[in-house]
Design a binder for this molecule. Structure first.
Ligand SMILES: Nc1ncnc2c1ncn2[C@@H]1O[C@H](COP(=O)(O)OP(=O)(O)O)[C@@H](O)[C@H]1O
Ligand SMILES: [Mg+2]
Length: 136
């Protein structure tokens, strides 16, 4: 987990129930350093588009931690909605941690939707009102 935090690597934890996989994964954000100024602006911009910025935290300086439930839909994960597409979990967790607990329970189409954004580091979503491109 330390190596993954230091190198911003992906991490997959497997093993029998109760050995601490979930507990370890939830500790990952605590190991990550603060966002740089540029990263903070980038992450804050995404959260602003989603409407998640509050007066208490006008600038997000800590890496986000997003843990969608394994029943989450494709659009909840990668982004979507009518009109102009809004960022999904993969963009809200940009520069932070996207934690997919019990990932064996996640549907194939949802997991497959993660593949290209993981490779490209961004997601393009075409909807009625135009094409949105978000970091992912
Ligand atoms: N090495 C450990 N030290 C202390 N508590 C642990 C350890 N491993 C697991 N636990 C505790 O055991 C419980 C189950 O762990 P959890 O992370 O849910 O396991 P898993 O996700 O692998 O099924 C949790 O309450 C967790 O805090
Ligand atoms: Mg678990």
């Amino acid at each position: 987990v330390e190596v993954a935090a230091a190198g911003a690597h992906h991490l997959m934890l497997t093993g029998p129930p109760g050995i601490g996989k979930t507990m370890l994964a939830q500790r990952l954000p605590g190991l990550l350093p603060d966002l740089t100024d540029d990263e903070a602006l980038e992450v804050t911009a995404i959260h602003s588009v989603v409407g998640l910025l509050t007066g208490d935290t006008p600038l997000i300086t800590r890496p986000p931690f997003v843990a969608p439930h394994h029943t989450a839909s494709v659009s909840a994960l990668v982004g979507g909605g009518s009109g102009m597409a809004r960022p999904g979990a993969i963009s809200r967790s940009h520069r932070g941690v996207l934690f997919l607990d019990e990932c064996a329970e996640i549907g194939v189409s949802v997991l497959e939707a993660l593949r290209t954004p993981l490779e490209e580091g961004r997601i393009r979503l075409a909807r009625r009102d135009g094409v949105a491109c978000y970091p992912a």
